[in-house]
Each structure stands twice: as C-alpha cells, then as structure tokens.
Write a new protein. Sequence first.
Length: 132
Amino acid sequence: YKRQVQHKHRSTLQNLLKQNFSYGRGLGNLLKIKGVDSTFSKWALLLVTGFAVWSSIILLSLLYTILAGSYVFQTMFLIMLLLPPFALVIFYAHDSIKKKDKKFGRIIIHPLIDIARSLAFVLGIIYQLIKL
C-alpha cells in the first residue's frame, strides 16, 4: 500500500499566512501534549525562544536608541532588523544565479514572504501555548 500526499498551493498571501499560523498552532498543541519529550516540541521551543530573544534585542536597542540617542544601539537595532531579510536576499540571489532562471523579482519578494510566514508560524505556536 502506497500513501500519496497532496499539496495545495495557497492562492493568496492571507491564506498562506493563515495556513502557517495553523501549522504553528498544531506545533503548540504538540508541545502542550508531549512537553519537551518530542523532537518537534524541542524545535518549537527553540523557535519561540529565538523569536523572543531576537524581538527583545530589537525592542531594547530601539528603546536605548530613543532614550539615550546611542549610535551603538541604533546600529545594533538596524543590524538585527535587517540581517534576516538581507541573508535571505543573498540566498535567493545565489539561487537565481545558480539556476540561471532570471527570476530576479523573487530575490526581493520571497524573503519578505518567508519572514511573514515564519512570523505567522511562531505566533501560531505562542497563541496555542497561551490559549486556555
């Protein structure tokens, strides 16, 4: 007996983000049920922790920039804010050049979509963890 998995592409960004949010909720449920005994639960905790640390660094850097006018914290804020999209732009540019597909629009669009999807996924985990 052979199982077949079908994949449905989402036609709108809103539907794609809803799907990723739901996937995150599912992982949040797994974390509630299994605790940290599951590999997926550990992965979920790592994602949520990484997101919390990243967000905290950004918010604290922004706060120190506003309150103290510090260029050091302003620089840290900009680096932490721009590093993920910049890394993804480099990845997609490399991929486009390697494939010679001349789809250069995706070099800018796909990183933004990836970040939005990741954010929806992590927020889904957090939502499910705090949901009673």
